[in-house]
Design a protein around this ligand. Structure first.
Ligand code: KQY
Length: 371
């Protein structure tokens, strides 16, 4: 049986590695809720299955599915994918799954953040979220790792780590009163450091325009490797995203990471702006308490929402006008990886993308201590 630990990862010598470091595998969840996924969730299930198959080329993939969907998910998913029955309220493994931390001896543990569906009853995206809040604990048990239950309401998509003591976050999300209104910014910083091992937090301002997570950093920017950040950046100054991305760029250029380095920033094109069509909105079954899907609403589309697998970059294809440029740019940023595009529109319609539906399990290996 795995244990719930009372101290913090930092005090036990554990820290969050970078996503670009070697993985033992990837976890995902199977989508099914009809008030978020259109047309019986079938197009989303096909999109999730394509993501799982793309990642399975690089590393083992596990997908949690409800009892009701288990057999169907098994039939739709690539034979290399392991399917495990896990209850959830939706399918955002980045946010409800554990953040894995490692130590110098190569041991793994899990951080289980508290989850309130991106804002609880004050702007959250659905009710209830009790099963989502249990997912991290269940994944940790399947992985056989001990777990820290962090005293912070947060989601995995709200942080990116360089594995060397630096964390990227946004104020829009971490300081949103719908997460931890009782905590000050210094108190939130202290908890982030204690539970990820970071010593430097780089605060960006807002996230991507109309991002219903309240501006998760993983849709805006991420570490390609220590010292290098990818940032979504629109082509037009008239796009409101221009102001947001320019502000992020300024903050990144002003920052030093935990090793005292200046950051190199790689701009990624922004798709669109893309909007939800009337047919797409009509396919979602509205239910009280869930966020309504409206025709014409701007979608929070971003190529920064890619996933780094062992030797691969799995990136959403979002806009025929910009996909090729985004892929070419990612190939230049990651010459050591194969860049694979997977259709991302159906995932985007649900409010996120490939990074939001995946969670990496770091490989077991001895590492130089962060401390
Ligand atoms: O982007 C994410 N990390 C999750 C998006 C959740 C949207 C729920 N409808």
């Amino acid at each position: 049986m795995t244990r719930t630990l009372q101290r913090t990862p930092r005090s036990d010598g554990f820290w969050m590695p970078g996503e670009f470091e070697r993985h033992a595998g990837t976890w995902m969840l199977w989508p099914e809720r009809l008030d978020n996924w259109r047309d019986g969730a079938i197009p989303a299930q096909q999109a999730f299955a394509a993501v799982a198959a793309a990642i399975a080329r690089f590393e083992p993939v596990s997908v949690g599915a409800s009892a009701a969907q288990y057999e169907f998910a098994r039939a739709q998913l690539d034979a290399r994918v392991r399917v495990i029955e896990i209850s959830s309220n939706d399918s955002w493994m980045r946010d409800v799954g554990p953040t894995f931390v490692v130590n110098a001896a190569g041991r793994r543990r899990a951080v289980d953040w508290q989850f309130n569906a991106w804002g609880g009853l004050d702007g959250g995206l659905y009710f209830p979220w009790d099963q989502d809040d249990l997912v991290a604990q269940k994944v940790a048990a399947v992985e056989g790792v001990d777990r820290y239950r962090a005293p912070l309401i947060m989601e995995g998509g709200a942080i990116h780590a360089d594995g060397q003591g630096t964390l990227l976050v946004t104020e829009e999300c971490l300081l949103n009163p719908n997460r931890n209104p009782q905590l000050s910014k210094p108190q939130i910083e202290a908890l982030l450091k204690a539970y990820t091992g970071a010593s430097v937090i780089i605060w960006l301002g807002d996230g991507v325009i109309n991002d219903e997570t309240d501006g998760h950093v993983d849709n805006l920017a991420c570490f390609a490797r220590p010292g290098e950040v990818c940032l979504t950046f629109p082509a037009s100054r008239r796009d409101p995203q221009w102001r947001v991305s320019s502000d992020a760029l300024e903050r990144l250029h002003a920052a030093h990471d935990a090793r005292g380095r200046r950051l190199k920033v790689h701009k990624l094109p922004s798709p669109g702006p893309l909007k939800m069509t009337a047919a797409e909105a009509a396919g979602v079954q509205y239910r009280a308490g869930a966020r309504p899907r409206l025709a014409g609403e701007r979608l929070a589309a971003s190529y920064a929402n890619f996933y780094l697998a062992n030797g691969g970059v799995v990136v959403p294809l979002l806009d025929a006008r910009t996909d090729a440029v985004a892929i070419a740019r990612l190939r230049r940023i990651f010459p050591e990886r194969e860049v694979v595009g997977v259709p991302g529109r159906e995932i985007l319609l649900g409010g996120g993308n490939i990074h939001c539906i995946t969670q990496q399990v770091p490989a077991v290996k001895a590492r130089r201590s962060l401390y």
